[in-house]
Design a protein around this ligand. Structure first.
Ligand SMILES: [Zn+2]
Length: 475
């Protein structure tokens, strides 16, 4: 007994000693910042947000919060411990929080008051009680987010689909960085679940379609998910959310899609309200967005690489799954390279990809680089390694990569330096200079009537790329 009691006293002394010698930790690390979000349509569709601030000694509290994508933000009511209130008007999205404030409350209008500008993927788009919004648009976040910041978040008033999974009581436990890369959110709508291997895609259907049933849309997403597994060994994330929003007066199956790097990533796709299930067979938007999950987020952003990889695999994956014949996949690639070439006007790739809005140039110079890189990897390893192996390796190294670490993974898989020299050749030479010799080697000929595939030194590689020849055949 004595021994135990003494040990306890020693432990207590050590604990107290530790407390006394360490400066007080900022309140952030102990008590989570709390967001309570309520959907209401009274008097118009909106989100009521209450941010409860952790108690903090004077001077410790960070003095400002930020609407990171300002546009529709309203004034913020700060409430103090004694019940008094102050109204704060954001300036350029910045909200200066007065000392002693306990909570911040504000409304975010989901429907725009401006005429004509009513539908915005980030700002808010929807109908009735069904809404799509970017988390970044409505979440008021601390201007300084430390790695230790913890956040608890709840939603009420609507069935919400956020990128994250709540606990049993419906509370989302987040890190500070989740507030910054907050992904896409939706409120209301119908749901379906898509299973791809052991992974689940949680889908929100945000409005009504003329011809499509919910089952049609979810079968389409399931097909896209299965096509991702023609590139990666397994679907890259256990749980991913997808929001599908109808576009009135449009019959295009996939009108537009976007994948945001929340953790896990979140996907939203706009679908023509008048599209038919048959038209999904030719759609590339859903599989393209899901193929973005196969590569890490590039930090800083390297759009030509991520879009290039994804654009390249969008055609190959649809051939590997049998959705389009191999000839069609090469036709689509050749057509895309021609559009990219026209947008590049034979300038060096490095000039083309520096043009922020030259989408054709960026996507297709990148896709050609991806094709060339894949062919070179297979060539130098006698078919043992593929570009997919680089993606598998990168997936073991975390959710982000740099251009340098991507190149390092390529060289590791190749077993020799490969990436830098090939990249330098593409970046400094005229864009698409590598195309004709590459197609000739692969046995892809552009005839007046369309692309013809024929025997050539690299036609075995071509068949391995598009799935005509399975790895077993090749071996
Ligand atoms: Zn993309």
């Amino acid at each position: 007994m004595t021994t135990v009691a003494r040990a306890w006293r020693v432990a207590l002394a050590l604990t107290l000693g530790a407390c006394a010698s360490v400066p007080l930790a900022p309140p952030w690390e102990d008590v989570p910042l709390r967001y309570d979000i309520t959907y209401t349509h009274d008097p118009s569709p909106r989100l009521k947000v209450e941010v409860t601030l952790p108690p903090s000694p004077p001077g410790v509290f960070p003095g400002s919060f930020l609407f990171r994508q300002p546009g529709r933000e309203s004034s913020v009511i700060a409430t103090f411990g004694n019940g008094s209130r102050a109204e704060i008007f954001p300036r350029d999205g910045v909200v200066r929080v007065p000392e002693g404030a306990r909570s911040l409350r504000y409304h975010y209008p989901l429907a725009s008051s401006s005429r004509g500008g009513g539908r915005h993927l980030f700002g808010g788009m929807g109908e009735g009680d069904t809404w799509h919004v970017g988390g970044k648009a409505y979440l008021l976040t601390p201007s300084r987010v430390t790695p230790d910041l913890r956040v608890d978040l709840t939603v009420s008033g609507a069935d919400a689909l956020l990128p994250w999974t709540p606990d049993d009581r419906g509370v989302y436990h987040l890190r500070g960085e989740d507030l910054i890369d907050a992904g896409f959110h939706s409120f209301g709508g119908r749901r379906c679940q898509v299973h791809v291997g052991a992974s689940v895609l949680e889908v929100a259907l945000l409005g009504h379609f003329t011809h499509l049933t919910d089952a049609d849309i979810c079968a389409w997403l399931e097909q896209a998910g299965r096509e991702v597994v023609t590139v990666r060994r397994a679907f890259p994330y256990p749980h991913v959310t997808v929001r599908v929003v109808p576009v009135p007066g449009d019959d295009t199956p996939g009108v537009f899609g976007m994948t945001l790097w929340s953790s896990p990533p979140s996907i939203s796709i706009l679908v023509g309200q008048d599209a038919t299930a048959v038209s999904f067979a030719k759609d590339w938007v859903a599989v393209h967005e899901m193929l973005h999950l196969t590569h890490p987020a590039l930090v800083p952003r390297v759009a030509w690489l991520t879009e290039g990889l994804t654009t390249y695999y969008t055609e190959l994956a649809r051939a590997r799954s049998g959705r389009q014949p191999a000839q069609q996949a090469w036709q689509e690639l050749v057509n895309g390279f021609a559009r990219g070439h026209a947008a590049s006007r034979s300038r060096p790739m490095k000039e083309v990809v520096a043009e922020e809005r030259n989408f054709m140039g960026i996507y297709w110079t990148g896709a050609l680089f991806a094709l060339h890189l894949d062919v070179e990897l297979r060539r130098v390893t006698n078919g043992r390694a593929r570009l997919e192996d680089v993606l598998e390796l990168l997936a073991t190294r975390g959710p982000t990569a740099t251009l340098e670490s991507f190149g390092d993974a390529v060289d590791t898989v190749a077993g020799q330096p490969l990436f830098d020299a090939l990249l330098a050749r593409h970046l400094s030479g005229p864009a698409f200079a590598a195309l004709d010799p590459l197609l000739e080697d692969l046995g892809v000929r552009i005839d007046p009537g369309g692309v013809k595939l024929h025997a050539a030194p690299g036609s075995g590689v071509r068949e391995a790329l598009d799935g005509e020849r399975t790895p077993d055949d090749a071996g």
